[in-house]
Design a protein around this ligand. Sequence first.
Ligand SMILES: [Zn+2]
Length: 167
Amino acid sequence: VTRRYRYVGPRRLADLASSNIERFEPTNQAELAAWLRTQGHDHEVTLTYVVTTLGCLRLSDRHAEHVACAQGQPVFGAGELSLLLDGAEVEVAAVTNQSTGYCPEPACFTAVAQALVAAQLEAPEGFAHAFVFRRCPECEGIVIVKDDEFECPTCALPLPVQWNFAD
Ligand SMILES: [Zn+2]
């Protein structure tokens, strides 16, 4: 079952959903290569991405918030995508689930890989870095768990072992 992730980030950023930014859903490498050039990229680029609930890869500039890229909608995955551009060919250098707006689980990789393949890109074996997010039950802050230390750095209290953004 593919989990739908809804926006869980700060409310002050939620208004960016309707912002007028570039959003692109590539269906093949040549189309993607052409779009990247219109965006001023000609070799290497890291972008913000989401996977829409239609299973499409959607790209925006890396400085764009995921909530803006997704237009505030739920997603199957979100993070950063690094691409290498060579003529009309595009190669995935790395992909992560780094999105503090959606805090997707590492398990969203399956949906991300499917979306990459649907865009005729070769998916890597897994996330270059799999981010583990939890919401602190005490301060409600979003915490990136490092080194399996399930503790809120602000409150020094334990974090749930299970992903806890569903409610
Ligand atoms: Zn806390």
